[in-house]
Design a protein around this ligand. Sequence first.
Ligand SMILES: C[S@@+](CC[C@H](N)C(=O)[O-])C[C@H]1O[C@@H](n2cnc3c(N)ncnc32)[C@H](O)[C@@H]1O
Length: 245
Amino acid sequence: MLSPVFFIPFQQELKKPYFLNLASYLAVRSLGEVGNQEVLDLCAAPGGKTLVLASSLGPEGFIVANERSSARRSRLKRVLEEYLSPEKLSRIKITGHDAGRWGLYEQDRYDLILLDVPCSSERHLLERPSHLKKWSTNRTRQLAQQAYAMVLSALMALKPGGKLLYCTCALSPLENDGVMERVWRKKGKEVKILPIEIQDPQVVVEPTKFGVQILPDLSHGAGPLYLSLLTKQGPNRVDQEERFG
Ligand SMILES: C[S@@+](CC[C@H](N)C(=O)[O-])C[C@H]1O[C@@H](n2cnc3c(N)ncnc32)[C@H](O)[C@@H]1O
């Protein structure tokens, strides 16, 4: 956790390289090509993962990049304007809503949803002792509760058959599999956990009960990143009791 972060200079379809954690890049790429799909990036600032989504956005595709904090939304806007062509920008809409309430207003709409939630972010805590002092076990419980509400909201906004990628840069199991376990227990057969395809010789992708994680100690400083990929089932549901019961 104290070793240097594995940054990559991501440049595909960008005006200039944007440096981001290799694990963040691989996470977004695990969703496949965006193409002409409709995408919702619910917690988007500062925008690194939105840029990766935008890089494979097709001519009929569309991204809604949402960020509740107005200061961080301004930063998101600056980043997107600085790195993307006007043509790509014209198909990205920036909004400022609460991710936890999105599903009340829009349902069954998006093909892909990226939900990169606010989390304990222990790596940043170690770098900033003043933040570490303020951290408490109650904090991780609150973040997990908020993340759980956001996943339920995102599931409402997801099209049946679409993909929802949940990610955190937390180590706390409460914010990772803990959230997914609650979602799975509540939604049961309405959701299906999908396998995550990440193949990169520089990282070790460690399976967890409901997803995978990439940790810096085994991945040359990439991560930490936890991912879980869900789909919302249509009428022909697949029973998951055997895998997770
Ligand atoms: C982990 S960061 C996202 C990082 C971003 N996806 C990227 O790759 O650059 C989480 C973001 O969620 C925002 N956020 C926190 N609560 C939110 C809410 N209720 N609705 C929408 N965004 C929220 C935070 O301000 C923060 O910018």
